[in-house]
Ligand binder design. Structure first.
Ligand code: HGY
Ligand code: MN
Ligand code: MN
Length: 422
């Protein structure tokens, strides 16, 4: 790569990520949920960095923070560069935020050199990618892509508040969400820089790689209803214990994934009711997250799992309710963008790591609007969704160099909008 952002840039990136990491709902660890006080504080802080970099800033109707850096001609179609500002519970400080902060630094670099591209650049800090509060993911990027489903507004958080009411409490109007959607003719492509969240780059001793595809995913909420009872008096063969049914179902989830290559499944949340030591659980709700590199594998795994869950519930005298709260097919990154990222990494193709993403990303939702490309940055041990998530300052700089080079050499191909390539 022949463009290099200054060393101060990589230090600035890490320092800004440290500052963002303090905007958390709890003192021990980073948790920043959608439409929370911390979300508002993060939008204000990131918005100030966008302004410093010469961008015009606004918050859209679903709570994304967006900075626009005009091109040579006012109102030109934009290259979108984004990632998310929300986190999982007890998160690391790079997942999502690295992509937003790095994009801002790249625009800052252009601004400092007085460079304007033939296209505009819009940096987007998406409001909710993880789906922690309302159990459905890609809310911010779906709104921008125009694929937000209104029924999601009725989803409730752990306190029973609907998304619609949470939007109103945040100062937003749920009826205006459609105004966040972008027209495809106003967009030339979407780029996202993200930590790999896996071990491949580290195993190949490479700081960055280009993403070829993003795995499809299905998220479900399963509720088993049995009979609550006295832990001391109900004989074992008279029980309709919802937790034991859920435990058996969890093992079935593991088995349908483990028998398929590149297919993973996780039961990450389980709520037991009434949740007392001396009461047989009457009702349990648990989550299923299942993904695969090929959509057919995921649908086959689900088709195998469904009757199995029904059988387990019946055998334990429980009723079963299954709700699909998220479904996204796998997405292929546009070859014409992959090629440009590859060329920026190295003209020696054998040096370039091309890898699929097992994790979901906003790019998967943005692919409904425009062609997408992703850059991965190495993270230590591939650890993510964990406070121990970390990257080196050098790799943060290499990622920024790469993104800046892709931006400065971006050639629009196969696209309807009228942008003359520079
Ligand atoms: O779950 C995921 O893959 C992403 O971190 N939202
Ligand atoms: Mn994540
Ligand atoms: Mn992420």
């Amino acid at each position: 790569m022949n463009i290099s952002v200054s060393r101060s840039t990589s230090a600035a990136i890490l320092s800004r990520l440290d500052t963002l990491a303090h905007l958390s709902e709890s003192d021990d660890g980073l948790t920043r949920q959608y439409l929370s006080v911390e979300h508002r504080e993060a939008n204000e802080l990131v918005g100030s960095w966008m302004r410093e970099a010469g961008m015009r800033v606004h918050q859209d109707a679903i709570g994304n923070i967006i900075g626009r850096y005009e091109g040579e001609h006012e109102g030109a179609p934009a290259l979108l560069i984004g990632s998310h500002l929300d986190t999982v519970v007890m998160a690391g400080k790079y997942d999502g935020m690295l992509g937003v902060v790095t994009a801002i630094q790249c625009v800052q670099d252009l601004h400092n050199r007085g460079i304007q591209m033939p296209f505009a650049i819009e940096v987007i800090g998406f409001a909710d990618e993880e789906g922690v509060r309302f159990q459905s993911t890609y809310l911010g990027s779906r709104a921008v892509a125009g694929t937000f489903r209104k029924e999601l507004l009725e989803a409730r958080d752990a306190n029973g508040m609907t998304m619609a009411d949470a939007l109103r409490a945040f100062g937003l109007d749920p009826n205006q969400i459609n105004t966040a959607a972008k027209r495809s003719e106003d967009v030339i492509a979407y780029l996202e820089l993200h930590i790999e969240q896996g071990p491949v780059l580290e195993s190949k001793d490479e700081p960055v790689g280009v993403v070829t595809a993003i795995a499809g995913a299905t998220r479900r909420l399963v509720t088993l209803s049995g009979v609550a009872g006295h832990a001391g008096t109900v004989p074992m063969d008279h029980r309709q214990d919802a937790l034991l049914a859920a435990a058996e179902c969890s093992l079935a989830v593991e088995k349908v994934a483990a028998k398929r290559t590149h297919c993973v499944a996780t039961v990450g949340r389980m709520e037991v009711s009434p949740g007392a030591t001396n009461v047989i659980p009457g009702s349990v709700t648990f989550s299923i997250d299942i993904r695969a590199d090929e959509d057919v594998k995921r649908t086959e795994a689900l088709a195998e799992l469904d009757p199995w869950l029904t059988k387990i519930a019946e055998s334990r005298g429980c009723t079963l309710n299954v709700e699909t709260v998220h479904e996204a097919n796998s997405v292929t990154c546009a070859p014409w963008i992959v090629r440009q990222i590859e060329n920026a990494i190295s003209t020696d193709k054998s040096r370039v790591v091309r890898l699929p993403s097992g994790a979901g990303h906003d790019a998967a939702a943005m692919a409904d609007l425009t062609d997408v490309g992703m850059i991965f940055v190495r993270c230590a041990g591939g650890i993510s969704h964990n406070p121990d998530e970390t990257i080196t300052e050098a790799d943060a700089g290499t990622g920024a160099d790469l993104l800046l080079q892709v931006i400065e050499n971006f050639r629009v191909e196969d696209h309807s909008c009228s942008i003359e390539s520079t």
